[in-house]
Design a protein around this ligand. Structure first.
Ligand code: AR6
Length: 172
């Protein structure tokens, strides 16, 4: 059987999957990196829904996920998840990163999403080691796909060459 996991190098805002995942922060009010790029490309509708969620439940905790419209993006939805800040590895960072991927997948299933694209959560401004993060991302998504057949395709979108190489080595 062909794998449901694909790897591409590029900009996640261009993806035509049902949903793309955002590496957000707990405020849900936007930021730099992929978060900034998604809000710029998707427009104000995304931020408006983020603010509504924030008013309702006070943002999004690390390891959890929320969903909004994709606004002007090709993707219908954005799933915003918050990865951990790397702090040496003794503060539950690996478990929290795993939760960020697993909770994003769960929320996708709940919303009937069949195709989803992930960025390399926590590996930019949050400084999670890229090799460790790639193993966790692929491992968590593979385990989830083995137990669930709603999601037909998961695309890991690597923006930088270093991440791409780690993913490529593991997926090969
Ligand atoms: N498409 C795909 N990946 C991208 C893009 C893009 N357009 N731009 C950057 N990346 P980061 P974090 C990659 O810093 O580490 C924000 O300010 C980048 O190469 O975006 O989880 C939030 O508001 C890196 O591999 O997210 C938070 O405050 C990966 O995306 C904080 O940064 C993640 O890097 C979250 O930090």
């Amino acid at each position: 059987m062909e794998s449901k996991i694909k790897l591409v190098k590029g900009d996640i805002t261009k993806m035509e999957t049902d949903a793309i995942v955002n590496a957000a922060n707990s405020s849900l009010l936007g930021g730099g990196g992929v978060d900034g790029a998604i809000h710029i490309a998707g427009g104000k509708a995304i931020l408006d829904e983020c603010i509504a969620i924030r008013n309702r439940q006070g943002g999004c905790r690390t390891g959890e996920a929320v969903i909004t419209t994709g606004g002007r993006l090709k993707a219908k939805y954005v799933i915003h998840t918050v990865g951990p800040v790397w702090n040496g590895g003794k503060s539950g960072e690996e478990e929290l990163l795993k939760s960020a991927y697993a909770n994003s997948m769960k929320l996708a299933v709940k919303n009937g999403i069949e195709t989803i694209a992930f960025p390399n959560i926590s590996t930019g401004i949050y400084h999670f080691p890229k090799d460790k993060a790639a193993k966790i991302a692929i491992g968590t998504v593979s385990d989830f796909l083995a137990e669930n057949d709603i999601i037909k395709e998961v695309i890991f979108v690597c923006f930088d060459e270093e991440n791409y190489k780690f993913y490529d080595d593991i997926l090969r």
